[in-house]
Design a protein around this ligand. Structure first.
Ligand code: URA
Length: 427
């Protein structure tokens, strides 16, 4: 590999120029090895945030991050593979019903997931509410479970895109997270290294999402879809609303319970709609578009796979889920129609109640969270329960209640305008 100088690479991007393939390969490799210092990579990340990158630069940057670690290979499996990635939202438990549902349709789902940081929840934190369930699997265990059960949700090992791990932590503390080339390459390097044959991206738009407006969300979706296709992974993106939280719960155990309702053929209509929309995309991407996933929810086969998937990782799907020791009910201050429930307000409340963490080493409470008793568009009656806050530590209620101030509106039914959940599809 050609050798460059970190300052030369920074100056090239600072001046608004394009980085060469050789500069990109070198800087990612040298940063992973510790030869390029954090302060140099910070300067480069800021230059990228300010001056952007061309599509071919992002593609090379992604390939270099993949090359910094191992690449998994599921080609020996007897079924095709499909995965889904969400850019993160509030009440976004979709992975839980989706993975067993798609597996029940004959497509294997290798779902490497993360823990929550900030107001958005993490899939692993949710599943860890199930007594006995463990997130860490070796690559061999993962492969064996994909063959026998068809679905695995587990923690990504340290070997996958280590350059991204280092760079993401640096971006977090240098104000350089919000650069579309860096977000897109970060997400896609991990997904491509994971080795899935097809990928569906759920790009969230709204107050509770990373991308607050449709045009930046679309740019991110288009960039990620192009990266996937450049790498030979069949990739499509759905842009979906995240101004309202999904379902009726945000937290850990409460979201597992809601997911099980969906697998049992019930559950909130928006969670079912998004689960089925993503399942159809995953099945089409894996060449099984002829199967209707709604049938597998109705006939109980998705629920059977859920039970097998949880048991295979040490969990007891029939054990009672942990419950918070304390609860606090917020009553509706007026009668009318709930015209708005803000995803960010609910996400922050759940986080402050202990469902999420402030630092990545903090523990989370399995029982903490928020349950809402009406969705936008539903009638509400003054004095009736609107939200229930759950935590083991009652001193947390005050800050959670503060985050809900201004977080919902009750009005006349004529003032309610329904927002579509599915905003657009990018392929
Ligand atoms: N998620 C990631 O994995 N990387 C980012 O840069 C942003 C969100």
């Amino acid at each position: 590999m050609a050798t460059h100088d970190a300052v030369e690479v920074i100056l090239a991007k600072r001046g608004g120029g394009e980085l060469s393939e050789s500069q990109i390969d070198w800087v990612i490799d040298a940063y992973t090895r510790g030869e390029v210092a954090d302060e140099q990579m910070s300067a480069l990340a800021m230059a990228i945030l300010l001056n952007g990158m061309e599509r071919h630069e992002i593609s090379r940057w992604t390939a270099a991050m993949i090359a910094s670690g191992e690449r998994m290979d599921f080609s020996a499996l007897s079924r095709p593979t499909a995965d889904k990635h969400s850019t993160g939202g509030v009440g976004d438990k979709i992975t839980l019903p989706l993975a067993p549902l798609v597996a029940a349709c004959g497509v294997a789902v290798p779902q490497l997931s993360g823990r929550g940081l900030g107001h958005t929840g993490g899939t692993l934190d949710k599943l860890e509410a199930i007594p006995g369930w463990r997130a860490a699997l070796s690559n061999d265990e993962m492969l064996a479970q994909l063959e026998s059960v068809g679905a695995v949700i587990c923690a990504a090992g340290d070997g996958l895109a280590p350059a991204d791990k280092k760079l993401y932590a640096l971006r977090d503390v240098t104000g350089t997270v919000e650069a579309i080339p860096l977000i897109a390459s970060s997400i896609m390097s991990k997904k491509i290294a994971e080795g899935t044959g097809s990928l569906v991206l759920d790009v969230k738009v709204g107050t509770g999402a990373f991308m607050k407006d449709e045009s930046t969300a679309r740019e991110l979706a288009e960039t990620m879809v192009a990266l996937g296709q450049d790498a030979g992974v069949h990739t499509v993106a759905l842009m979906t609303d995240m101004s309202t939280p999904l379902g009726l719960t945000a937290g850990n155990a409460v979201e597992v319970a809601e997911s099980v309702e969906v697998l049992a053929g019930g559950g909130p209509a928006d969670v079912v709609e998004l689960t089925l929309a993503l399942a159809r995309e995953m099945l089409a991407g894996a060449g099984r578009g002829d199967i209707d996933p709604a049938d597998k929810l109705a006939d109980g086969s998705a629920m059977d796979v859920w039970g097998q998937m949880i048991r295979a990782q040490g969990g007891d799907p029939d054990a009672p889920l942990p419950q918070a020791r304390e609860s606090h009910v917020v009553s509706a201050p007026a009668s009318g129609v709930l015209t708005r429930l803000d995803a960010m307000a609910v996400g922050l409340a759940a986080w402050r109640l202990g469902a999420g963490r402030a630092r990545k080493e903090d523990p989370v409470q399995a029982g903490a969270g928020v349950v809402w008793h009406a969705r936008p568009g539903d009638p509400v009656t003054e004095g009736a329960p609107l939200l229930t806050l759950l935590t083991d530590e009652p001193e947390r209620f005050e800050r959670a209640l503060a985050s809900l101030e201004g977080g919902f509106d009750i009005g006349e039914s004529a003032s309610y305008a329904e927002r579509p959940l599915l905003i657009d599809r990018v392929d």
